[in-house]
Design a protein around this ligand. Structure first.
Ligand code: BES
Ligand code: MN
Ligand code: ZN
Length: 500
């Protein structure tokens, strides 16, 4: 991971270099260190604010070039709104907003972590820095040419000036681990499918080993022995072999049951024989966003040495049409022993998840299971890009995910499960079929399918991230197509409810 931004923490008193970013509230008030740093420029800010009707509303910004009396090239004032109402995630967003207002070419900036009431607490300054990191990400490794005014510096140095720089720096360590996990997930989602196919994805998970994560890759022969025929059926039309990767982080009590995260990793989804229309098919390089999230999460947990036992298991396949591809009407026997009639080869994610969830449950006997999958277009019809759909067999797990979602801004909305929906996937020829046969309740029938591979005693939640994993609206903290959605959410779930 090359770092687009180098972050440092320093005192307010150090001279600001490059661009200076400061915060004010909705009364245009500054903290005392900020006021001191601005000196005579404060007057210029007041005049510019009036001229531009800048009121300090949260997220708004005012920029001044070459401000009088200051040694910086540019001054950016960011509105924090009502400072007393700011929640943790607001500080992350303020950090993202700050980098968003830097000129593309800026190679150096100082951000004052101060509000009118005084220096931000060390943990809030660290949240701000996390936002800087998330907001600085761009996937540009395949750009060889640029317009002059769009050329970013090779690397950018951002200094967060804080009341207690040492405390902020130490609070940032865990937040940086989580941000790095999210950025890795973004990279994986953004990579094209000619580069990131199942074997290559599996190879990249090997980077986790140096953090102390045990990484085990299952090849085709091993999967055949295990009876993962539902997953293997999806991949059988591809020139690339399928893989399953199991990643284990043991930071908790020895012998304690792990928490388990499962990801759909369809490296490209053409639909198979039930081929998709051409328009927008390129987006299906992101059909492994669930697996990317699980991989990024394992990085986050290990890099911040989370005091938890966790496993991440991902099913990596490519869904292609071919002479060897699976057909509609085929019947496969899953690892669970249950048989599945394939109605539509484009409903492939659930086939992958069915086997991977079953495998993870048998092998690791987890405390709970959360799976993530870009599973259905139907969930986008229901929720757009703002919430992921959540299906759960356990109220406590659902509530915890909802809370973690509110805290991190990666929000989930609970959807129903029920026997009436379950009936829709009964098959004439096999134990079940892989679609409900109608577009109605498409996200729910997909969830019901997965539910048939989970035993009722294991708390389980399924997150349909088709609307959030990629191509969601840009925000302060994400300008990238691949969002890395879910890494911060699940890290928070673990931190708030499952660490000893
Ligand atoms: N990967 C797709 C779902 C998807 C579509 C995710 C667009 C993100 C953006 C999934 O494999 C799929 O094709 N689902 C079908 C299911 C249908 C055939 C029952 C769908 O949603 O149309
Ligand atoms: Mn599909
Ligand atoms: Zn898919």
């Amino acid at each position: 991971m090359p770092d687009a931004v180098k972050l440092a923490f320093g005192p307010f008193a150090a001279p600001a270099r490059g661009v200076l970013v400061v915060f004010c509230d909705d009364a245009l008030k500054f903290g005392s260190a900020t006021t001191r740093a601005l000196g005579a420029a404060a007057e210029q800010v007041a005049r510019a604010a009036k001229a531009e009707r800048f009121t300090g509303k949260n997220g708004s910004a005012l920029g001044l070039s070459a401000p009088e009396g200051l040694k910086v090239s540019r001054l950016v004032v960011i509105g924090a709104g009502k400072a007393s109402e700011l929640q943790q995630f607001d500080f992350v967003k303020l950090g993202g907003a700050a980098v968003g207002k830097l000129p593309v070419s800026a190679s150096e900036a100082t951000i004052f972590a101060e509000l009118p009431g005084g220096a931000m607490r060390a943990d809030r300054a660290a949240d701000l820095a996390q936002g800087v990191k998330l907001g600085s990400y761009a996937f540009d490794r395949y750009k060889t040419k640029r317009k002059e005014d769009e050329t970013p510096p090779a690397s950018r140095k951002v200094t967060v000036a804080a009341g207690d720089p040492a405390a902020a720096r130490s609070a940032f360590a865990a937040r940086e681990a989580v941000a790095d996990g999210a950025l890795w997930a973004r990279d994986l989602v953004n990579e094209p499918a000619n580069v990131l196919y199942p074997e290559e994805f599996a190879r990249r998970t090997g980077a986790l080993k140096k953090l102390g994560v045990a990484v085990e890759v299952l090849d085709i022969a091993r999967m055949r022995k295990l009876g993962m025929n539902a997953l293997l059926g999806v991949g059988q039309g591809s020139a690339h072999d399928s893989r399953v990767v199991a990643m284990r982080w043991n930071g908790g009590k020895k012998g304690e049951a792990p928490v388990a995260f499962i990801g759909k990793g369809v490296c490209f989804d053409t639909g198979g024989i039930s081929i998709k229309p051409a328009a927008g098919m390129e987006d299906m390089k992101g059909d492994m966003a669930g697996a990317a999230c699980v991989t990024g999460l394992m990085h986050a947990l290990a890099a911040r040495k989370a005091r938890v036992n966790a496993v991440g298991v991902i099913g990596l396949v490519e869904n292609m049409p071919d002479g060897k591809a699976q057909r509609p009407g085929d019947i496969v026997k899953s690892m669970s022993g249950q048989t599945i009639e394939i109605i539509n080869t484009d409903a492939e994610g659930r086939l992958v998840l069915g086997d991977v969830i079953w495998y993870a449950a048998q092998r690791f006997k987890p405390k709970f299971i959360v799976d993530l999958a870009t599973l259905t277009g139907a969930i986008m019809v229901a929720l757009g890009h703002e919430y992921a759909g959540m299906f759960a067999n356990n109220d406590q797990l659902a509530e915890r995910l909802t809370k973690a979602g509110q805290a991190t801004g990666e929000r989930v909305w609970r959807m129903p499960l029920g026997k009436e929906y379950d009936k829709m996937i009964d098959s004439k020829f096999a134990d079940m079929k892989n679609t409900g046969g109608s577009r109605h309740a498409g996200a729910i029938t997909a969830a019901q399918f997965i539910k048939r591979f989970v035993d009722d005693k294991t708390p389980w939640a399924h997150l349909d991230i088709a609307g959030t994993g990629f191509d969601s609206p840009q925000s302060e903290i994400n300008k990238s197509w691949g969002s890395g959605w879910g890494v911060r959410l699940l890290d928070r779930l673990v931190a708030d409810f499952y660490e000893r």
